[in-house]
Ligand binder design. Structure first.
Ligand SMILES: [Cu+2]
Length: 151
């Protein structure tokens, strides 16, 4: 093979390597779609206490506002959306009928949370299924890990 031939072969393989690198990069940066839920957890309560709260981060990649209209949990008596607030130095919980998610909503201790009433945790379940209901999106099932609050 002459020098030009070797250069041509080299160019081809360099091109192939570059192409596959670009493909890999594209795959990693593929835009996320739909509703993405992360870090979902339920606070572990001491025996005999059946009211607790669940927390999670909900990201909206749909490109339009999505409204979370209801939250349900098969094992719980009643589930609702609350927001903790301090009014005149008193900690209060406000009921939320719906939560609009533009880009992201975080349910976390001391702020918006999913109030769970009448949940028997004596079976020491490691996780619970929580179903999110939206106005303009299909319902979404989320696995929430049971965690100690101070963990
Ligand atoms: Cu609450």
């Amino acid at each position: 093979m002459n020098r030009l031939g070797i250069l041509a072969v080299l160019n081809k393989s360099v091109l192939l390597v570059l192409l596959s690198l670009i493909l890999v990069a594209c795959e990693q940066q593929a835009p996320k779609e739909g509703i993405e839920v992360s870090d979902a957890w339920v606070r572990k309560m001491p025996p005999g206490v059946s009211n607790t709260a669940a927390f999670m981060t909900i990201k909206n990649h749909t490109g339009q506002a999505v409204t979370l209209t209801d939250v349900s949990m098969e094992q719980a008596g009643h589930v609702m959306m609350h927001e903790s607030k301090v009014v005149d130095g008193m900690a209060k919980m406000e009921h939320l009928d719906a939560v609009v998610i533009n880009d992201e909503v975080i349910f976390e201790p001391g702020a918006k949370h999913i109030m769970v009433m009448g949940l028997d945790m004596s079976d020491n379940a490691k996780s619970y299924n929580i179903r999110l209901h939206f106005d303009n999106q299909p319902s979404l099932d989320v696995t929430a890990q049971v965690r100690d609050a101070n963990q």
